[in-house]
Design a protein around this ligand. Structure first.
Ligand code: PXL
Length: 274
């Protein structure tokens, strides 16, 4: 089972490939990588970061992969450095995804109601087009509203899911705040809406979306169904957030997910979670 993770390398801050590679590998499947950009840190709260766009390098890498005839069972895309890269990911899935393979898009664009640094409305439009090709999309509530064209400060989660359904039939929206928790809302194959609630731990945690997406992708690649993969990923993410709330003073440095991998794997390998 080969997963291709398309995401940036943020040297410091534990997000993107620094999270996907260890988590997906720990699930027991191959995690091949395609880096989209190289940053000294992620863009969430650090100033004057170094950013190298790797678009040209991606074309060189793909040329070699073409000559080798590489194919992947799952392609998972995350942070894409620019609009051209969104178009390139669309080409990659058409060319390098196996016939019955899964394409999973985490439309990384923003959080807390705002776009991340460097992203525009044009980018949102292009990302919406990429999501149309996906089997699953994993937006957080901010990204879900951007994709659905709904106002973040006053959105109805069921209406947002219905709008997303026209873009991708299997939307999974993370980080929806409830009165006494935080929930993942998603649509099943038959269109039925479900949710999985967790404890809400106060604060903004960089990279939490990447921990959720990577563990969801790893669990699906291990043959779990969507509902089980969501539960495993949400429990792992919540445990990592709880640990980080207690241990990490500067939240820009990301989640202490490493020490929670063992429990996640124990749950992943429990037969009742099949
Ligand atoms: O975790 C999302 C993410 C990924 N990659 C980069 C980011 C962010 C969020 O800020 O800046 C470079």
């Amino acid at each position: 089972m080969r997963v291709l993770a398309i995401n940036d390398v943020s040297c410091i801050g534990k997000c993107s490939l620094s999270v996907s590679l260890p988590i997906i590998s720990a699930c027991g499947v191959t995690c091949d990588v395609l880096p989209t950009a190289l940053l000294s840190t992620h863009t969430g709260g650090f100033e004057n970061y170094f950013f190298r766009d790797l678009t040209d390098d991606i074309h060189g890498i793909l040329k070699h992969w073409r000559s080798l005839g590489e194919r992947f069972d799952v392609i998972y895309s995350g942070y894409l450095g620019n609009i051209e890269q969104i178009e390139t990911v669309a080409v990659i899935t058409r060319e390098f995804l196996k016939k019955d393979g899964l394409f999973i898009v985490d439309p990384v664009m923003g959080d807390s109601g705002k776009l991340y640094a460097g992203f525009t409305d044009e980018y949102v439009k292009k990302m919406r087009e990429l999501c149309r090709q996906a089997d699953y999309i994993l937006p957080n509530a901010t990204e879900a509203c951007l994709l659905a064209g709904a106002p973040y400060h006053d959105y109805d989660i069921s209406s947002v899911l219905q709008s997303l359904k026209d873009i991708c039939p299997r939307p999974i929206v993370t980080g929806h705040l409830e009165k006494d928790g935080i929930a993942v809302h998603y649509l099943l194959k038959d269109g039925k809406e479900e949710k999985y609630s967790s404890e809400n731990i106060d604060g903004f945690f960089c990279g939490a979306g990447d921990v959720f997406a990577s563990s969801f992708v790893g669990a699906l690649a291990r043959g779990k169904d969507e509902r089980t993969a969501i539960k495993l990923a949400a429990d792992f993410t919540t445990a990592a957030i709880r640990r980080s709330a207690a241990e990490v003073t500067d939240k820009r440095y990301g989640l202490n997910f490493e020490r929670e991998i063992f429990s996640f794997l124990k749950n992943l390998n429990t037969p009742s979670n099949d």
